[in-house]
Design a protein around this ligand. Structure first.
Ligand code: 26Q
Length: 819
């Protein structure tokens, strides 16, 4: 049963109504009937914040009292999604609020939609961080987030004439009422200048001539599920204190200059991943990373000192986790503090640092492995540069001891080589734990990408298969399914998702299947309504909803999906009486601003949609829609309405995937390659309940070793494939001209690096199996149920319990999954 918490502290509907009315009146000096929806929403947030103030305070107090070890999850991205629904739900106030509002003539759903979706992340990595926050608080673990409060989140995508257009995501325009600004806890972060070495017995490093930026924290409460716990996500914002700037050398006494200066300072936390194709862009990104790290560590240490003794005990009280290499400067920064400010010896400081830090790798894509030019690094962070050099020297010495004379190996493994600083190497060396995010991905790290590091320190390497929070990704986004599950097996699954396995017993049950079908239909109707309103396209809710929603990337192979739809369309054109299940193919996703091929893929999908949706002769047997501006809120609408989940990357490229897990939990059937977590999904549901196709990672890697494969052979041998590939450039898309020549060339003339043609036949066959299964509705519904029933393993509660026990060594009173 739920523990005592605010949920059970007796807020009645009557009380809520009264509190809410009062809140509106106090905030706006006007009556509920006279204020706008935005005002109503803001008042509701403010009220919820009042309700969570006490548990927040109590949680902090409890941590201070017990001296429990605290985990800080550093991430340059947190893709939170809207918070009103999840906070009400976790506080146990959802029903009360809904009822109270309805009695006041208001609709909670409408007010929830007023909230801007805080998009402070790109995709998987940022959303994972947000799921982990929910799990940490819900498991009652003392774990907090450290991130950036970007003034503008990931761009807003609009589709104009089939093309992606990027608009600023002005998410703070109407205010963000969830966070609390803490100016008294601001810290200073230093950039540039130079380091003077002073030697009087002991060497001292004096950093001079630097520029100071003020880092101001904003704390966002992270509410645990009905357990009275509220952790903290601390987001940092860069500010200039103008009053000081005017007297500072940079500003002179010129007011204009001071304003300009404040703008350059504030640029630091302006946008997520500014364009880094220029030197200035790169420098800014490095500065952002240091800004987060330095501010975060200073505040952790300040807090540590208030409650603890000597920093020698630090690793017993604090664990710092770095989400990919972006916050890896935590390592040299903690060393700097321990050496320069605490006067510890190198050995002491190094041991404390390694014991404190742990690192997750999220990708093996070479272009995503960060390296910095040495001179850029030295200019922006002169003191840290010297420290990184010392780490490199210390480490290379130990390599020399293990591999005397093996210069080649040492230069491959060095942190600094050929005038670049390798951030992943720094992370591996400076952390006691390095993990991948799915079994296959960890295997590839251990045996390929990081093999030499793993040989040198095998004990560091481990796997933590990703997970997602079932509270947002089932309870909140699919309340009808949540209700059906609870009616069938009781409510415990929300906290113990492995109990979903009990559904297996009901999966062939006619009444259960009937309900499941009804729930899916209802969700499809809701999505169809949105698509109609937003895009003017009518969807057939009795068709198969087949979705591929994720960032647009060559390795994710949206193109494979497109070619298959083209082939299906061709077949229908040849034979209008062809008996196929009606399909709705749904796409969504953003392409990086400078990623031209990916942007063209969006145009390709939209061109196909125009063609197919307007062709009367195929009698609506297929529809294609590209949903604009895919984000967390849109995912919450698409995923519950989906029948078929497209997870089709080139094997070995998708480290894990997490969308695959969300679809599974909502009863969609996966069509996928044996990559990332798909492999573990297959193990969990059994091979009858997933449709697998394509090359395995082994096969893909073997082809690469042999210099690739010959796409021409595949093209020549498969007529249907040849037809669709040709259609990319032969006028099939009437207005396209040479627009898709790049796609054509990459498939045929540039070796088809991602094996699109190679996997085509097998993908088409897999789709046919899928359609067969769908025709037999009881068989299909049994598959859907099996997917829900076996999704418990992919809860971030399970993942997080594993991190807590294996990596951070924190032992909460109760961990699920008997860790
Ligand atoms: C690196 C250097 C320079 C500029 C940008 C970057 C950069 C930015 C974002 C590198 C990586 C990312 C994001 C990676 C990411 O989202 N990876 C995904 O992480 C998910 C959570 O573990 C996995 O499920 C996905 O498989 C993985 O692609």
């Amino acid at each position: 049963a739920a523990q005592a918490g605010p949920a059970d502290s007796g807020i009645t509907v009557e009380q809520f109504k009264q509190d809410y009315r009062n809140k509106v009146e106090r905030m706006y000096g006007d009556g509920l009937e006279r204020v706008s929806d935005l005002d109503k929403y803001n008042a509701l947030v403010s009220l919820v914040r009042d309700y969570l103030a006490e548990p927040w305070l109590n949680t902090k107090e409890k941590y201070r009292r017990t001296g429990a070890k605290q985990v800080y999850y550093f991430s340059i991205e947190f893709l939170l999604g809207r918070l009103l629904g999840s906070n009400l739900y976790n506080l146990g106030l959802n029903e009360v609020c809904q009822q109270a509002l309805s009695e006041l003539g208001l609709d909670l759903r409408t007010l929830r939609q007023v909230e801007e979706d805080p998009g402070l992340g790109n995709g998987g990595l940022g959303r994972l961080a947000a799921c982990y926050l929910d799990s940490m608080a819900s498991l009652g673990l003392p774990g907090h987030g450290m991130g950036m409060r970007y003034r503008y989140g990931l761009f807003e995508q609009r589709i104009v004439d089939g093309y992606q257009r990027e608009y600023a995501d002005d998410w703070l325009m109407d205010g963000f009422y969830w966070d609390v600004r803490k100016p008294a806890e601001a810290v200073e972060v230093r950039f540039g200048g130079n380091v003077r070495i002073k030697s009087n017995g002991k060497t001292q490093y004096i950093h001079e001539g630097y520029e100071t930026v003020l880092a101001v924290p904003y704390d966002v409460p992270v509410v645990g599920y009905r357990n009275g716990m509220v952790n903290t996500l601390r987001l940092w914002s860069a500010e200039a204190r103008l009053s000081e700037v005017v007297c500072a050398p940079q500003g002179g006494s010129d007011c204009q200059k001071a304003v300009e200066y404040s703008q350059t300072v504030e640029e630091l936390s302006n946008i997520l991943y500014p364009d880094d194709s220029t030197y200035e862009g790169k420098a800014l990104r490095l500065k952002q990373q240091y800004f987060l790290v330095s501010a975060g560590l200073q505040s952790i240490i300040r807090n540590y000192r208030e409650n603890n003794g000597h920093l020698r005990e630090f690793p017993h009280k604090i664990a710092i986790h770095i989400n990919d290499t972006h916050p890896v400067l935590c390592i040299p920064e903690l060393l700097r503090i321990l050496l320069d400010e605490e006067q510890l010896t190198w050995e002491e400081a190094w041991n404390i640092t390694v014991q404190t830090m742990s690192y997750t790798n999220h990708t093996i894509l070479p272009e995503a492995l960060e390296t910095w030019p040495e001179d850029l690094f030295r200019t922006v962070l002169p003191r840290l540069y010297l420290i990184v050099r010392d780490i490199n020297e210390y480490y290379c010495r130990s390599l020399w001891e293990a591999y005397p004379g093996d210069w080649d190996r040492i230069s491959r493994m060095a942190i600094i080589s050929y005038n670049r600083i390798h951030m992943a190497h720094l992370a591996i060396v400076g952390c006691h734990s390095v993990n991948g995010v799915a079994e296959l991905h960890t295997d590839i790290l251990k045996n390929k990408i990081m093999k030499e590091f793993c040989d040198f320190s095998p004990a560091k390497f481990n796997n933590k298969t990703n997970g997602v929070t079932q509270r947002r990704w089932v309870s909140l986004c699919n309340p009808a399914l949540a209700q059906l599950i609870t009616d069938t097996i009781g409510p415990r699954w929300v906290e113990h998702p492995q109990e979903l396995a009990q559904l297996e017993r009901h999966s062939a049950d006619t009444a259960f299947q009937h309900h499941l079908l009804k729930v899916k239909l209802q969700n499809k109707v809701a999505l169809a309504k949105y698509v109609k309103e937003k895009h003017g396209i009518t969807l057939d809710v009795n068709s198969i909803f087949d979705s591929q929603v994720k960032r647009i990337h060559a390795y994710k192979r949206q193109t494979l999906n497109v070619l298959h739809i083209m082939a299906l369309y061709n077949r229908l054109k040849e034979n209008p009486l062809l008996d196929i299940e009606p399909h709705t193919f749904i796409f969504g996703g953003k392409a990086a601003v400078n990623y031209h091929i990916a942007k063209n893929t969006i145009k390709l999908i939209n061109s196909l949609a125009d063609l197919v949706n307007n062709d009367k002769s195929i009698r609506d047997k297929i529809k294609v829609v590209f949903l604009e501006n895919y984000n967390v809120s849109l995912a919450e609408l698409i995923i519950p309405a989906t029948d078929v989940s497209e997870q089709i990357p080139t094997a070995s490229y998708e480290a894990s995937g997490t969308g695959n897990m969300k679809f599974m939990m909502n009863g969609a059937v996966t069509i996928g390659t044996l990559d990332g977590a798909n492999i573990e999904i297959k193990q969990a549901v059994g091979e009858d309940n997933i449709i697998v196709f394509g090359l395995t990672a082994e096969e893909v890697l073997a082809y690469y070793r042999g210099g690739g494969y010959n796409p021409w052979e595949v093209y020549q041998d498969n007529e249907r494939l040849r037809q669709v590939v040709d259609q990319l450039i032969n006028g099939f898309f009437p207005a396209a001209g040479d627009l898709f020549r790049g796609h054509f060339d990459s498939l045929l003339h540039q070796g088809d690096h991602f094996f699109v043609l190679k996997d085509f036949a097998s993908y088409e066959a897999a789709h046919q199996v899928l359609d067969e299964r769908y025709k037999d509705r009881p068989v299909w519904l049994k598959m859907c149920s099996a997917n829900i029933a076996h999704s418990g393993r992919f809860s971030s509660d399970r993942t997080f319990a594993e991190y807590a026990t294996d990596i951070w060594h924190i032992r909460p009173d109760t961990l699920p999954f008997s860790a």
